[in-house]
Design a protein around this ligand. Structure first.
Ligand code: FDA
Ligand code: PPY
Ligand code: MN
Length: 493
């Protein structure tokens, strides 16, 4: 019997021996072989010449997401048009030990698409058909490249909506891959609660449906939950080529409001009180005074520069009025003031768009900067503690940090502005981010509520689930991806 170590050495010798003409010089430094011109021709044979690009601009565009992580362009980009393309490309890469990185829309915030080990980026945007909308069953099935806004525009006349809203117009399968959520998870949950089935291509080319072909039930007890194994897998297990998603009726009535508080603690305590009273809210968002200042300047508002809550209520006329009364009472009890209501649809849309633009609002304060984000989530009772402590750390570090987030879920972000010309900012942001994640973990929370592990939080994942947990995750990965070609270098230390 060969020992495992010997087998790995042997594999690496074979790889080196097999490496033919390289496309990029720096790919030589990686443990994976470079993409040979022979392989390029084979890929062109699968997807057609026009669907393979080695152009510098295309590679660069696919080498980074919206995070602070430095760009790592893939050796080439392949555009798939259908699941057969995906299957053949995966198999070819697998047989040649070439890294394969699925690409949605590149709006991720943890460096998930950066090709740090070289290889092939598989862009799925050309697979953009909405395959089914079952109005009477409240579900739909979309191909990998369909974005959230495209789906919702398509649904406009049906009275239905796909509500999960990370702000960015991300691909829905990318949102599955990162287990995205956003402002209205309080009411609708995250991607985990809203995916009924996924079509997945494994690295060996097999295509399968995680809940069984054509299944689209709200409930199932049939075996392991393979669907949710792929939700949040960040491209490390296989390629999601189709998603069957839950839809919701647009609520009869919606009301949005903002209000201000004398301190961060008052605002967060209000959130905790509202949730502990069991009041059904659609969104409860927090912005601290630094974020409100950026919000006012960028989106032309004149809110009081103070810690604030943005809320959304949904229901019918009767239920809505009761909720609003109760929440107003809790707000007053916590010294909240300056209640402002957005009633017209236009006004509400403007308010929530401005909330979603907050990252750009903060970045506008330091043009050319990139956002460095924390993304912790804690049990709701621990939220005041972790937010107050994180703000104290930020003040002590002498760096500009914005605090905002989906406090109704116990999930919040600190945003630091990173300018490549100011290395001390980056060092401070990295240190703070780790400190805050560790505080969250100590308070029974997680280092990421919605952005994922990607490149920057691998150590924190180990800390969160321990050596054994990580080892089990690695075993799961090797079952699906024994050659470790799927998005290597991500998630696992
Ligand atoms: C301004 C702004 C604001 C926000 C956010 C981004 C930005 C720019 N996000 C983050 C982002 O929108 C979210 O992570 C999306 O789910 C990413 O979807 P993309 O299609 O862009 O995936 P992207 O292309 O960035 O890929 C992300 C990861 O998923 C993998 N992947 C993509 N498509 C795949 C597929 N079909 N099969 C397998 N793997 C695949 C990739 O390999 C990578 O690891 C966010 N998020 C959030 O949850 N809440 C929020 O509030 C926000 N807010
Ligand atoms: O706005 C949000 O809720 C986000 O998740 C985006 C984000 C990006 C960078 C820093 C903080 C938040
Ligand atoms: Mn968020």
């Amino acid at each position: 019997m060969f020992s495992k170590r010997f087998a790995v050495q042997l594999q690496s010798c074979v790889r080196q021996f097999c490496t033919t003409k390289c496309l990029t010089a720096n790919a030589q430094a990686f443990e994976y072989p470079s993409v040979s011109s022979k392989l390029v021709k084979e890929l062109q044979g699968i997807v057609g010449q026009s669907n393979v690009s080695t152009a510098e601009a295309v590679r660069e565009q696919h080498g980074h997401d919206e995070s602070y992580h430095k760009s790592s362009p893939p050796e080439l980009v392949v555009f798939a048009e259908n699941v057969e393309h995906v299957s053949h490309v995966a198999k070819l890469c697998n047989n040649n030990n070439i890294p394969l990185i699925p690409f949605g829309t590149g709006t991720g915030l943890e460096g998930g698409i950066n090709a740090i080990k070289g290889g092939v980026c598989l862009d799925l945007n050309k697979m953009n058909n909405i395959l089914a909308v079952n109005q009477e069953d409240f579900d739909c099935t979309v191909e990998a490249g369909v974005s959230r806004q495209t789906l919702n525009s398509y649904l406009r006349d049906t009275g239905l909506v796909f509500p999960i809203d990370p702000g960015a117009d991300a691909s829905l399968c990318g949102m599955c891959a990162t287990s995205a959520s956003g402002t209205n998870a309080v009411r609708y949950g995250t991607m985990r609660e809203n995916v009924l089935n996924l079509e997945v291509v494994l690295p060996d080319g097999r295509v399968f449906d995680t809940a069984g072909k054509g299944r689209r039930t709200k409930k199932t007890s049939a075996g392991y939950n393979l669907t949710n194994l792929f939700v949040g897998s960040e491209g490390t297990l296989g390629i999601i080529t189709k998603a069957t998603l839950r839809l919701y009726g647009i609520p009869e009535c919606t009301a949005s409001a903002v209000c201000s508080f004398p301190s961060v603690k008052n605002a967060v305590d209000t959130t905790v009180n509202i949730l502990q009273c069991g009041i059904q809210m659609a969104r409860i968002e927090f912005l601290d005074e630094v974020a409100i200042d950026a919000f006012n300047k960028y989106s032309k508002y004149d809110m009081k520069v103070a810690p604030s809550l943005f809320m959304e209520f949904t229901g019918n006329e009767g239920t809505l009025a009761k909720q609003v009364d109760l929440v107003s009472e809790i707000v007053n009890m916590n010294e909240g003031s300056d209640f402002k209501w957005a009633e017209e649809a236009e006004e509400k849309n403007r308010l929530w768009k401005a909330r979603h633009d907050i990252v750009y609002a903060c970045m506008a304060l330091q043009p050319g900067s990139k956002p460095y984000s924390t993304d912790v989530c804690v049990p709701i009772s621990r939220l005041p503690d972790v937010i107050v402590r994180s703000k104290e750390l930020i003040d002590a570090a002498g760096i500009i940090g914005f605090t905002l987030g989906h406090v109704g879920d116990g999930n919040f972000h600190n945003l630091f502005l990173i300018n490549d010309d100011m290395p001390d900012q980056k060092a401070k942001a990295i240190k703070l981010s780790k400190q805050i994640a560790k505080i969250a973990q100590e308070l029974d929370g997680t280092c990421t509520g919605e952005h994922g592990i990607g490149l920057g939080k691998k150590e924190l994942l180990l800390r969160e689930i321990g050596e054994e947990g990580l080892e089990i995750m690695k075993q799961v990965k090797s079952t699906f991806d024994p050659n470790n070609i799927m998005n290597p270098g991500k998630v696992f230390v």
